[in-house]
Ligand binder design. Structure first.
Ligand code: DC
Length: 218
């Protein structure tokens, strides 16, 4: 695989581990662009639901995607995705998307399509990208890999505090057991348990580690 032209910090972890808040704040502090790969899987899931394609029909999902235009861009807030000209940002955390996203994102060809778009972000930008398989599959060659975890209790409390109905245990089981690019801890990832840490605490630990590894931070 050709290496990305820019630096990539990979942040993986299970649902509600705090990785989104950490990745966004880290990106802000080190001046990298923030890319949320989960939002890309969520956007595609929304598109599949809008077109009433059965979420367990991988072939139909791929057929839909191959005739859809997927635009992945960056704005100062981070990555954005539009499908066939529609930006589903406000629907990405809808209950029906939470319920279907693990199943839809297990389709291998769909993953190939999105992974190509994720890699394209690193052609022109230094990025912090969060997800499930960023260090293991999307950017296996980056030396900057982190896995953020938190206890199941803490993660459940975080989701409830966000006012969301999200079966995180079921999603974690599905994300970890699927055949295509399951959630795993990349061999060379630095693991941080965020259960008793603040966002600042986790970001500070990551920045310390990035400096130790020689990343030049402006
Ligand atoms: O990070 P999140 O909870 O918003 O991700 C939503 C779903 O997207 C997650 O349950 C599985 C899928 N996902 C994935 O398969 N690979 C990624 N790199 C990111 C997310």
């Amino acid at each position: 695989m050709t290496p990305p032209d820019h630096q990539v910090v990979a942040i993986d972890g299970p649902a509600a581990s705090g990785k989104s808040s950490v990745a966004r704040e880290l990106a802000r502090q080190i001046g990298f662009a923030y890319v949320n790969s989960g939002a890309m899987y969520r956007a595609v899931t929304w598109h599949v639901l809008e077109h009433a394609v059965p979420t367990d029909d991988g072939a139909a999902i791929v057929q839909l995607l191959e005739k859809s235009r997927i635009d992945c861009t960056l704005d100062p807030d981070g990555s954005r995705i539009a499908i066939d000209g529609l930006d589903p940002t406000e629907h990405l955390r809808d209950d029906r998307v939470n319920e279907a996203v693990s199943l839809v994102s297990s389709v291998p060809r769909l993953r190939e399509i999105l992974v190509e778009k994720m890699r394209a972000y690193a052609k022109d930008n230094d990025i912090v990208m969060e997800g499930r398989d960023i260090g293991s599959v999307v950017f296996p060659d980056t030396p900057y890999k982190f896995y953020i975890d938190a206890s199941p209790d803490v993660r459940l409390r975080r989701r409830l505090a966000q006012g969301q109905r999200d079966q995180i245990a079921a999603r974690d089981r599905a994300d970890s057991s699927r055949r295509a690019s399951p959630l795993i801890i990349a061999e060379d990832a630095h693991v941080i348990d965020s259960s008793n840490l603040t966002i600042e605490g986790v970001v500070g630990e990551i920045i310390g580690r990035l400096k130790m590894k020689g990343l030049e931070i402006k």
